[in-house]
Design a protein around this ligand. Structure first.
Ligand SMILES: Nc1nc2c(ncn2[C@@H]2O[C@H](COP(=O)(O)OP(=O)(O)OP(=O)(O)O)[C@@H](O)[C@H]2O)c(=O)[nH]1
Ligand SMILES: [Mg+2]
Length: 219
């Protein structure tokens, strides 16, 4: 063999291969009314978040209970949107849901294509997030329970929160202050890890099922 070198273009210099683009994943931020969904998306997003806040008028006073969040003057009527780069390999697109039940018809659209969801919880109002937990259980979408640490709210061990919400032991239960990026980012990372673990387990079960289905039949 002569071992001739490949021809070199006179006009192009060899360059390093371009780095692979990060994978993108969609995450839903859900939970009851006024639990801090818009706050979390805004705190972690590296782009100006898209919000759809409408001023709360006197007309909603009998419907929306703002006792736990007296400073609340606006509510999400469609969605929040933000983006966070987790590392060189992963970018998350965050979709915050409206909290009020009268806007829940939008959840199916918001959840389409998502790999997982955060259910934000205010421990002073556990019941407000039951609907979100039920929704993701029924949808089969992996979710993490994330307690928003409101000032002055009591704290509970993760096991007590799991009991109060009747969620499976495999569902991650974490807490963070939705106003602060580092803790909120850690909660999102935990959700992604959980969603990947659920997917891997499902794929392993499918492989095992195929192996059983195609194996030799013993009578
Ligand atoms: N002290 C404290 N206040 C918070 C925290 N998170 C949110 N808030 C406040 O609580 C209120 C509700 O926050 P939002 O982010 O609008 O809640 P939301 O869940 O998006 O509300 P809806 O979309 O209307 O359901 C706002 O007045 C926030 O400033 C928190 O971690 N600590
Ligand atoms: Mg909101």
């Amino acid at each position: 063999m002569s071992g001739a070198a490949p021809p070199v273009s006179p006009t192009r210099t060899p360059t390093a291969p371009a780095p692979a683009a990060p994978a993108a994943a969609k995450i839903v931020i859900a939970g009851g009314f006024g639990v801090g969904k818009t706050t979390l998306v805004g705190a972690v997003s590296e782009i100006d978040p898209v919000t759809t806040e409408a001023v709360m008028t006197a007309a909603s006073r009998t419907v929306d209970d703002t006792a736990a969040v007296p400073a609340k003057a606006a509510t999400t009527v469609a969605m929040d949107f933000g983006r966070i780069t987790i590392d060189a390999s992963l970018v998350l697109y965050l979709f915050g849901t409206p909290g009020q039940q009268r806007f829940w018809f939008m959840w199916d659209q918001l959840c389409r294509g998502a790999i997982g969801a955060v259910v934000l919880v205010d421990v002073r109002r556990f019941a407000d997030c039951f609907g979100a937990v039920d929704y993701f259980e029924r949808a089969g979408l992996p979710y993490a329970v994330v307690v928003n640490e409101f000032d002055g709210a009591p704290t509970f061990p993760a096991a007590a929160i799991r009991d109060a919400l009747a969620v499976d032991a495999r569902v991650p239960v974490l807490s963070c202050d939705a106003r602060h990026r580092p803790g909120a980012k850690l909660a999102l990372v935990a959700l992604v890890e959980h969603a990947l673990a659920v997917r891997r387990a499902a794929a392993a079960r499918a492989r095992a099922g195929r192996a059983v289905g195609t194996g030799p039949h013993v009578r």
